[in-house]
Ligand binder design. Structure first.
Ligand SMILES: [Zn+2]
Length: 383
């Protein structure tokens, strides 16, 4: 039912209805998570043409990226710990708490995980952060100084080179280099009200697990049709490589701008890769399609791999029964349409690009889950 004017309601009725709606929403949210968890366990997003539950939530169910991410994490946590659903349904836990706890729950023994869930009940986000920091302390965050671009001079972003030296007078940089522990640190404990925190629960662990590692990918945010902001964290090694590049290419990039250097490196790598793709094509068909030296061998030569990559547009080629082609361009792999185990040959007509998820799906469909399980366990033993 669509929202209508509520001005006729008494204050008391309004408060009562609000409470009812919140309770109902919690129950629905828990039911939704249970359904997502089961959908994920059956991997039903794959036959529908999606590479993951997250992508399915965004593209098929119309969730925003952050909501899809949080619900995916919470659904998987609730699959392992079903008590989460009951706690969500009656309001003992909120979704943020489940998402925050999920990486800890994965690493803890079952009993300790259950105790942690109980200890987290009815806590605000800040109280929960304080509880986790107390139970699983992190090392101190080192002090750092970051050069910051004055907001009043956006044009300086264009001009200023990368600088990693806090004492550099220009201090303007499109790409700031800061130790990772600074940028990826969780909510500061000093931000949490110490006085309002409820007493901590009785859970204690002989060996507290390390806080989960922060996995942060570089973020690319469009600023306009032609301009993008790139923000991320680099290793010390990478930083030193940039310094070397700055010296080596000082004649072509005099201001030492890191992005100009990286773009130049990308150009060179791409030209080399293109050259390799054509010069190594030792055998080709009449129409120029590269051929494998031995089509019965699983491995495809680089020229053939590159040919397939261009032909399929670097994108997974899986198409669902409803005709939807998977849009994934990440972790795309070369796949034999007819598997080598069933006599399939390594030639262009029998090769295609599939994302990791659909490659596994097709392998299970053609060879059976038991065959794939045995092959994986053999590969693990060999490693
Ligand atoms: Zn795919």
């Amino acid at each position: 039912m669509l929202p209508r004017s509520l001005s006729h309601l008494s204050d008391r009725a309004l408060a009562e209805q609000l409470e009812t709606l919140v309770s109902r929403e919690r129950v629905h949210a828990a039911e939704l998570l249970a359904h997502l968890a089961e959908f994920d366990a059956r991997k039903l997003y794959r036959p529908a043409g999606y590479a993951s539950l997250y992508v399915y939530c965004v593209k098929a169910l119309g969730m925003s990226e952050d909501v899809a991410c949080r619900r995916t994490i919470a659904a998987r946590a609730s699959r392992r710990h079903t008590a989460i659903l009951a706690a969500l349904a009656d309001g003992r836990l909120h979704l943020t708490a489940v998402v925050t706890l999920a990486p800890y729950l994965k690493r803890l023994p079952r009993q300790a995980a259950v105790a942690l869930l109980e200890a987290a009940e009815r806590r605000s986000k800040h109280d929960l952060a304080l509880m986790l920091a107390t139970r699983f302390p992190s090392p101190d965050v080192p002090t750092s100084v970051r050069p910051v671009m004055p907001a009043s001079d956006p044009a300086a972003t264009e001009r200023a080179p990368l600088t990693t030296r806090p004492d550099t007078p220009s201090s303007g940089s499109a790409l700031q280099v800061t130790p990772m522990s600074c940028t990826s640190a969780p909510a500061r404990i000093s931000d949490v009200s110490m006085t309002s925190a409820p007493p901590l629960g009785p859970l204690s662990l002989a060996v507290p697990p390390q806080p989960p590692p922060q996995q942060i990918r570089a973020q690319v945010v469009p600023l306009s049709a032609e301009r993008f902001e790139l923000r991320g964290t680099i290793s010390r090694d990478f930083h030193e490589k940039i310094q070397k590049l700055r010296e080596l290419f000082s004649h072509v990039v005099p201001n030492g701008d890191a992005f100009a250097l990286l773009e130049r490196c990308a150009d060179e790598v791409l030209v080399r890769a293109e050259r390799r793709g054509t010069t190594r094509a030792s055998r080709v068909e009449a129409d120029g399609t590269p051929l494998a030296v031995d089509p019965e061998h699983r491995q495809a030569p680089e020229a053939l791999r590159r040919f397939i990559w261009h032909r399929d547009g670097g994108q997974c080629t899986f198409v669902s029964e409803s005709g939807r082609r998977c849009e994934s361009r990440e972790r795309v792999e070369l796949d034999h349409v007819v598997p080598v185990a069933k006599g399939g040959r390594t030639e262009a007509g029998n090769l295609r690009l599939l994302c990791r998820s659909h490659n596994q799906f097709e392998a299970e469909r053609q060879l059976g889950p038991e065959f794939i399980r045995q092959r994986r366990s053999q590969a693990a033993q060999q490693r």
